[in-house]
Design a protein around this ligand. Structure first.
Ligand SMILES: [Zn+2]
Length: 337
């Protein structure tokens, strides 16, 4: 592994204070709308590229060949990178952006904002921005989204849900963006590590026809996850303000939440196949999401010096929500709901 990939994050001791206060500092009214609905994906992809390449520069990493990034108009929840003449083409499927966006909009319905006491506990009666959605309703929305995806390999036909707005949406939108950026950083990880050179080319079936892509193995996927995570966390190498501490929390949460979403879709798919008595399709392109999440969590833990638990604060909240939602969703599919 490249020497410059070492990353030490110095979490500030000031991060005792609660996350909601930090959010209050960050949020400007303009952020409380869905940026992608105002700006379009092209602008977001360009922003992500700029940030990832900035991290590479800071780490002394160089691309051996130019990388071109584009939105790929298929509904699939994935991305791919492959060599073309003069460089590498990274394709981010529209469906990847849409699934993450639509799913995190559902999560936003479960979040309320409250004031916290000095021990970090929410103060009763101060909750605002509560949507009133209970666990049942959240699982129903989740199942509708996942079922639409599994049926059509696209979430286009899923019911439109308006972004909730407010401070909680500002937080959720940051998570959406960092999850997507992690996927792109993973593709950069393949390119930087030379995985796309001198490997056998295989056909990948897509909605728009077959593509010649590079066959990567699980070891390569692990390396791309490692490098992708390092690129994502690089701007938080030094945490010296509450905004930075919050930023670090969102960036730590992003890859783990992405793997959690992938795990939810896989588990629902397996449950659906089991229900009709057929063996579920085997997916071998990547290691199982739970294994990828374990590895990335350990990597982050190893590289954060000091207050690592606090860096996982948001991740643990989000993942706790995700695992409860996933468990009930899978249970309901199994029960024929
Ligand atoms: Zn990969």
């Amino acid at each position: 592994m490249h020497e410059a990939q070492q990353l030490d994050i110095l979490a500030s001791e000031e991060f005792e204070r609660n996350m909601v206060d930090a959010l209050g500092v960050r949020v400007r009214p303009a952020l409380a709308q869905a940026r992608r609905e105002r700006m379009g994906l092209r602008t977001l992809i360009d922003e992500m590229r700029g940030e990832i390449e900035g991290s590479m520069q800071a780490l002394g990493l160089e691309l051996r060949t130019p990388i071109f990034v584009g939105e790929f108009p298929t509904g699939s929840f994935n991305a791919m990178a492959y060599p073309v003449s003069g460089g590498v083409l990274a394709l981010m499927s529209t469906g990847l952006f849409m699934f993450i966006y639509k799913f995190i909009k559902i999560m936003a319905l479960s979040i309320a904002v409250a004031q916290f006491d000095e021990r970090g506990r929410p103060i009763g009666g101060t909750e605002t921005e509560d949507s009133g959605y209970g666990h049942d309703e959240i699982v129903r929305l989740t199942l509708a989204l996942v079922r639409t995806y599994l049926r059509w390999r696209s979430t286009d036909r899923a019911t439109y849900l308006a972004p909730s707005g407010g401070r909680k949406w500002a937080l959720c939108e940051r998570l959406v963006y960092e999850c997507e950026k992690f996927v792109l950083a993973h593709e950069y990880g393949h390119a930087v590590s030379g995985h796309l050179e001198a490997r056998p080319v295989v056909k990948a079936r897509t909605d728009t026809g077959d593509l010649d892509v590079v066959q990567t193995d699980w070891q390569h996927e692990v390396e791309a996850d490692v490098l992708g995570t390092i690129l994502l966390l690089e701007p938080c190498r030094v945490v010296d303000s509450r905004e930075k501490a919050l930023d670090l929390n969102v960036r730590v949460a992003a890859p783990l939440f992405f793997f959690g979403m992938d795990d939810l879709v896989s588990r629902c798919e397996v449950a659906l196949w089991r229900r009709v008595g057929a063996p579920p399709p085997v997916r071998l392109s990547h290691p199982p999401s739970a294994d990828r999440a374990r590895l990335v969590r350990q990597l982050i833990r190893d590289r954060i010096q000091g207050s690592s638990e606090r860096a996982f604060g948001l991740a643990d909240l989000f993942l706790n929500w995700l695992s409860k939602t996933s468990d009930t969703a899978v249970e309901r599919i199994g029960a024929g709901a």
